[in-house]
Every structure is written in structure tokens, then in C-alpha cells.
Design a protein around this ligand. Sequence first.
Ligand code: PMP
Length: 432
Amino acid sequence: MSHLFYQTSQRRPLLDQARGVYMWDVDGKRYLDGSSGAMVCNIGHSNPNVLDAMRRQMEKSTFGYRLHFETEASEQLAARTAALCPEGMNKVFFVSGGSEAVESAIKLARQHALAIGQAGRWRVISRSPSYHGCTLGALAVTGYTPLTDPFAPMMREMPKIPAPRAYLDGLDPTDPATGAHYAAMLETEILAQGPGSVLAFIVEPIGGASTGALVPPVGYMQAVQEICRRYGVLLILDEVMTGAGRTGRFLGLEHWNLSPDIVVLSKGFAAGYVPLGAIAARDDLVGAVLEGGGFLHGFTYAGNPLACAAGGAVIDEIARLDLVQNAAVMGAALRHRLDALMTRHPIIGDVRGQGLLLAFELMADPVTKAPLPSALNAHQRLVDIAYEMGLIVYSRRTRDGVEGDHIMVCPPLIVTEAHLDEIADTLDAALT
Ligand code: PMP
């Protein structure tokens, strides 16, 4: 009998070891980690240089409370994070995960509004579907009703606009009119809410698990940034899943040269070695908050030296192994293999993504894009069959959380062509 509990009563085997892209359970069965956990382990498992950096830090100190000490590890990681963000975003605040980072971004935005005399601004617009975390604040901006509905009475409901799923709406994502069409929904929502009440818009530059690696239509991201600027609405980019090289750029925002107000990081930022997240924000924004009395926010474990040392070593390894470039090259090669699977298996109705943030969607009819019946639970069945065959992939219900099945195929950024063949061959067998 296990005393642990997680989301469901389903039990998984005990993990014994993990190295590179492979994991072994205690019975010696090997799994290829085709989803990097939950799009986390970007540099692979048990990287010796990260383990060394952690060991070195542990021998020096493992904890220093942030009100008593800064550490070299946290100062260095903050400086390196700022250097990887757009110009003018030089202020970094550490936390222990993605939900905490989203909470921090929202609270920083609110305190900024107060500091500059705009107390009326509190609404944070987001998209549906979307996932920004499981704490109540992050959940309030999550567009995924099966997760949010039970807690609705306990949260201040935040406005949602539709995610730009051109493939379902029969629109051409390469046509700038499509990007403009979806971006206009943000402006309409800001006007409907009253511009003076809108604090921020939070969005993933490339949709993660909620939309199944949804790349926005041409012009969309630039247009939403422009609309935010026009109405004095802060742009918060949730790069929890897209950051740290996953999409073939260090940050997803680089695909469009965006300059947001706050960037949210976690997952690949520490690549699964430690719990770590961060927000990076514009200097003037943080300056106003600090001058206005300080940031009323903070977690006990925030910026602890062990987490920061691991985070710094992860950034070193991403650079040393050229993993951003490898994500772009291997991403294109994996995309090619997934496209080939789509031609062989008509149950695949769409393949999408960027770099190694890739997904395919199972559908009843690839032409009409009709979803499979929810009762089939097709996405979970495919994940379970692949798991039996020794391949880990990650699935989610898409279409507003109630129908539609997509499978994320997002291996560590260290993958080689041989790993991609193994992934594609196993998926082929599982789909068959
Ligand atoms: N934002 C995004 C885009 C995410 O994908 C996730 C996690 N899936 C989160 C926030 C929350 O991160 P965490 O689970 O570390 O709290």
C-alpha cells in the first residue's frame, strides 16, 4: 500500500534511474522520455556537470534566507537570466515553480498599477484554452473549465478570449488577416471590460499543453503586443514551457522579437534538477514597485542557492551542447516523422509545433476536424499503449477541455536522429 496520492488512483512503476533521454524502473524496464517529463527535462537526465555544480554548492551552503543573504549563485543566475531576456528586463525574482512564477507576475503587475496611481486596473485577460498553473491566482487566468469550475466560487473570474486555433476555424494561419482577426478579439475584450480596468494580458508565445503546441498565426503576437501598449495593458509572456530552448530559440518571444513587460520561466529553466521558477521584469516596472513601498510577495524557498546553482549549470549546458540549435534541427526532423505518421494513420488530424515543442491531434475526421468521442479517451489510451512499449509521451484534452485529444511529443533537447527513429517507430506501433 502506498501512502502517496496525486491526481488519480492510477499507479505507475517505481523509477530507479534516469540518464540522458532514458529512464529505468525498478524492474529494469527502459523508457524513452519522449515528453521530458512534462516538458521539463530539456537537457536530459543526470547531466554530470549539473550534478557537480549542485554538489559544489551543497558543500558551501544549501540555504540562506533571502531577507538575510544574497548568494553568488542567485546573483549570477539573475544576471544570466536578464542577459537572455529582451533589453531593459534586468530585474529577476526567483520562485520554486511555474504556478508560483505566474502568481508573482500577476501580483507584480498589480502592485505596479497601484504604484503608478492606476488602482482601477486589476483584470488579467487570458485565453481559452490555456494553462497557467494550479494555485488559485494562476487558476483564475487558466482557460480550462474542468480544472477551474470546481473552484469558481473561490476565485475572481478573469476574462478569456479564444486561443487562435486557425486549424479548427478553417482559417489560414499564414494569412496575416487571420492573425489580425484573433488579435482583434483582445482589443474587443479590453474595450468590453473598460480599458481602465485591465491590468495585463497573459499568454504563452507558443501554446503548450492546453492547446497542444499551438503556433500563433502570422502577425498575431506582434498585434497583441501593440494592442497591449495602446491600452496601457501589461504583456506577461508565460514561457514556462516555451523557455530554455524548447522551441528552437532560448525564449519563444525571440521568434517575433517581442518586448513584453514580464517573462515567466520555470520547467526547462532548471530542467527538472531542482524546483525553480523565475520572473524577469522591466527595470522601471520593478523600480516603481520598490519605490512604492516594496513587493508584497515572497516564498520561503525563493532563490535558494542550491536551486540557483543548478539553474546556472543548466544554462551553461544549454550553451555548451548547443541545445537551442539542436532543438531547431531535431525539431524539424521529428516534425517530418510526425507528418509521415499522419499520412499513414488517418486518426491523426493535425501535426503542429515549433522546435521540440511538437504535438499531434487525434480526430474522428481529419477533413472536418471532428473530434473523437470523449468517452473513447483516445489520448490516454495511446499514451498508455506507448508507455507499455517503453515510450513516454504526454497528452491532454484540448478543445476547451471537454473534447479533442492531443499528444505532446517533446523529448529532451539532447536527442539524436536515432532517438527520433525510436520515438516514431514506437508511436507507429502504438497507433496501429
Ligand atoms: N504555465 C505553463 C505554460 C505551464 O505549462 C505550467 C505547467 N504545466 C505552469 C504554468 C505551472 O507550472 P508548475 O506546474 O511548475 O506550477
